[in-house]
Ligand binder design. Structure first.
Ligand code: GLV
Ligand code: MN
Ligand code: MN
Length: 411
């Protein structure tokens, strides 16, 4: 395998895919079920077909390519990641793992060696949860974990439901249940992803072998106050949603820090209504995303948030509600595949280390039910979810070679 050829192919595809972007010049924005997502999906279908894969799009908008093995009954090996991005994100998060999968397919096909098992590449739809505040839509649909009720329940900031967005995208929402795959037909799932943190880059290590992915809970919290005149309503006669909400928001980071074990909690979105300089806030909406290796820590912070919301709202007469958008347990990845990958790194002379993922991935959802492993490649300065996100194409190519060899081992 020629590393330069692999790196060049990956670069060409990632650069081409970066054009499907709603915010050119300000990072990459490819939200699910948008024009840009459709363009990327269509381009991926061409790439997969060119690599010799049989291509289709499932009822959840996942793009799937299959390189057929000799025994159609033998459970398949699946490589994949997502093709959506966050707002103003980078071009590597997600798609690096998809184009890597396509490159592995090309290498397998070109080698001319017959495969026993099907080799499948999946470009998952809507992993980030950016648009609907959720996450892992495509991978959960593949696992049969998305319901029609979910499609109506989750809405974007303009009030468009997943159901409506799917229709706009050309999918039939009622058919989402058909995206469920027969999981007994999948032997293992392997995801290549950029690290999105500084560890590998700082340590000058080529490959991260992911042992564990943190659990995540996400909430949209709404605090209801009362709109009043900011000048004439005395401080003890107002029901200020901002006052109640911010008392809670300001405590959340310390509750995570107190855990002292890498637990993190983030309020990444706050909306005040009606949002006027001289109007007491009628309503505040904010999100919380809590992550830890230890589910008890997440549950404890959620309990503290509820307690504090009660206290803050009681103090001025406000009220609150909390909508759970995502609950997913931490997952340990497959030790057998990790050991095999370690061996591959040694064979190639790549430096490697075991690592924990604080980012969520399709592998987090899939790893709950199938044998799963992840391979990380270094992110320059640890930057990600921003336009500065960068990974060397050669580093992705190195990860491609070890996953390619793992696929051969697992035949
Ligand atoms: C996805 O990148 C996430 O970890 O939120
Ligand atoms: Mn990602
Ligand atoms: Mn991401």
């Amino acid at each position: 395998m020629n590393i330069d050829t692999i790196a060049n192919n990956i670069q060409r595809n990632l650069e081409k895919l970066s054009i499907f972007n709603a915010t050119p010049g300000e990072g990459c924005t490819r939200l699910p079920f948008t024009k840009e997502a459709r363009q990327a999906a269509d381009y991926l279908k061409i790439c997969m077909a060119n690599a010799g894969l049989k291509v289709h799009e499932d009822q959840a908008g996942n793009v799937i390519g299959v390189l057929e093995g000799e025994d159609p009954e033998a459970p398949a090996l699946v490589v994949g990641s997502h093709f959506d991005t966050v707002i103003n994100g980078g071009i590597f998060d997600g798609l690096a793992g998809v184009v890597a999968g396509i490159e592995i397919a090309r290498l397998l096909k070109e080698s001319g060696k017959p495969l026993k098992r099907n080799f499948v590449v999946i470009a998952f739809n809507d992993e980030e949860g950016m648009r609907f505040g959720t996450g892992y839509f495509g991978s959960k649909a593949m696992l049969g974990q998305i319901t029609i009720e979910d499609l109506h329940r989750y809405k974007d900031k303009d009030g468009i439901s997943v159901y409506e967005a799917m229709q706009e995208y050309g999918l039939v929402p009622e058919q989402v249940l058909d995206a469920k795959q027969d999981l007994s037909k999948i032997k293992a799932f392997i995801e290549l992803h950029i690290e999105q943190g500084p560890v590998l880059y700082q340590n000058k290590v080529d490959i991260g072998l992911v042992e564990c992915i943190v659990g995540i809970q996400r909430y949209l919290i709404t605090v209801h106050g009362r709109a009043d005149h900011a000048g004439t309503t005395p401080m003890d006669m107002r029901i200020d949603a901002v006052e109640a909400a911010t008392k809670v928001i300001s405590k959340i980071p310390d509750w995570a820090r107190e855990k002292g074990d890498g637990t993190v909690a983030t309020t990444g979105f706050i909306k005040v209504l009606p949002g006027g300089v001289n109007i007491v806030a009628e309503q505040v909406q904010f999100t919380v995303d809590i992550r830890s290796r230890n589910n008890d820590n997440i549950n404890d912070i959620v309990a503290k948030i509820k307690e504090e919301l009660d206290k803050a709202c009681k103090a001025n007469g406000a009220s609150w509600e909390m909508d759970n958008k995502l609950t997913i347990d931490p997952v340990n990845l497959n030790e057998n595949m990790l050991t095999l990958l370690e061996q591959k790194c040694q064979d190639y002379g790549y430096s490697y280390q075991r690592i924990i993922s604080g980012a969520g991935h399709d592998a987090l959802a899939i790893g709950q039910v199938l044998d799963t492993v992840m391979v990380f490649v270094p992110s320059k300065d640890g930057r990600s979810h921003c336009p500065a996100e960068w990974t060397e194409y050669k580093d992705i190519a190195k990860a491609v070679t070890i996953i390619h060899d793992l696929i051969l081992d697992l035949q």
